[in-house]
Design a protein around this ligand. Structure first.
Ligand SMILES: C[S@@+](CC[C@H](N)C(=O)[O-])C[C@H]1O[C@@H](n2cnc3c(N)ncnc32)[C@H](O)[C@@H]1O
Length: 316
């Protein structure tokens, strides 16, 4: 299966230092073991791994295999399959997923949100600003990793609406990785993470320093978001409700074309007819989804449903 350039780049990024074994004594994976584990990972997460990712699988799963006292990757696979509770599956997911993210990732996307999409939605949902309590806006950050995307969005909304608490705007952040969701929900970040895209004035305004080298998001920003674990491979997203805006960025690049197509079909089913979809700035839905049409604002692209009048199912 051909691998897109961006996909290749993201997966081959060096992970955090702690993820790399100090010596090269990691457990080696055979081709057969790799094939079996890669199939399992794709089935559960949608992440498609070809043979060029052998090193990545060895690196990311060796520690877990050792912790579980497995002497081979076959043993790890058997243990995971036998674990009906799903605890081991969740550990594999935590270990294998690439959680690369940053604050205000892609300036043009945040300019698009601030200058077009959010004002349009606010106008439509809260028309008659005298009565802001009437309408609601629901936003979903699908695959939000450790939460930077969600809190960046919350900061933009706060700055657009100084009396934001009078408005019903909710952001849901979900991710398949429990570890990422726990971190997003806790909202605490190391200094080096804060340095990735967060301007100093926003750092001072929305975070409090903790233990000298970490920062915690203030309660008022935290209150705008809820987080929960959710797998984009789920057969339907109906349990999440319906959304006015969905951000699904830098995750479908890891999926095989058929899983990617299913993903965007499911998103189309839970998007409001006049809602918006934003994907990663290097991604495209060309040849993936017939449901959406691309629209351009300045140098950013967003998607809307082609047939905005088609009846939606009873999702809410
Ligand atoms: C590269 S990060 C992108 C984070 C953020 N959206 C951004 O653009 O900065 C990809 C995230 O997708 C999540 N992910 C991978 N497969 C998933 C799936 N099947 N369902 C939900 N999340 C998934 C990973 O755990 C990871 O946190």
């Amino acid at each position: 299966m051909p691998i897109q350039g961006f996909f290749r780049r993201e997966l081959s990024r060096p992970g955090p230092r702690s993820e790399l074994p100090e010596t090269d004594d990691r457990m080696k994976i055979t081709l057969k073991e790799f094939t079996v584990l890669a199939d399992y990972i794709q089935q559960v997460t949608g992440i498609a791994l070809d043979q060029s990712k052998t090193y990545l699988v060895e690196t990311r799963l060796s520690k877990l295999a050792e912790e579980l006292k497995c002497t081979s990757f076959s043993e790890l696979h058997l243990k995971v399959r036998a674990d009906a509770g799903g605890t081991l599956a969740s550990k594999i997911i935590d270990a294998i997923t690439t959680k690369e993210t940053l604050w205000f990732r892609d300036n043009s996307t945040f300019a698009l949100l601030q200058h077009k999409i959010l004002p349009e939605l606010m106008d439509r949902r809260f028309s008659g600003a005298g009565n802001p309590g009437k309408g609601a806006i629901r936003i979903w950050s699908a695959a939000c990793s450790t939460g930077q995307e969600v809190y960046s969005l919350a900061m933009v909304i706060r700055e657009m609406l100084p009396d934001w608490s009078r408005y019903n705007i909710k952001i849901l952040g979900t991710d398949i990785a429990n570890e990422a969701i726990a971190r997003a929900s806790y909202g605490q970040y190391q200094k080096f993470e804060m340095e990735r895209g967060l301007p100093p004035d926003r750092l001072a305004k929305y975070f409090v320093p903790v233990n000298g080298n970490a920062y915690k998001v203030k309660d008022e920003l935290r209150a705008m978001a809820t987080f929960r674990q959710h797998n984009l491979m789920a057969p339907s997203f109906a349990t999440l409700g319906r959304f006015d805006l969905v951000l699904c960025r830098n995750v479908a690049i890891y999926f095989a074309p058929e899983d990617k197509a299913k993903l965007f079909l499911k998103i189309a089913q839970i998007l409001e007819p006049d809602g918006y979809l934003i994907i990663g700035s290097t991604e495209s839905l060309l040849g993936t989804s017939e449901a959406f049409e691309p629209k351009r604002h300045l140098n950013a692209v967003f998607y809307q449903l082609k047939n905005q009048n088609s009846p939606r199912g009873p999702v809410r």
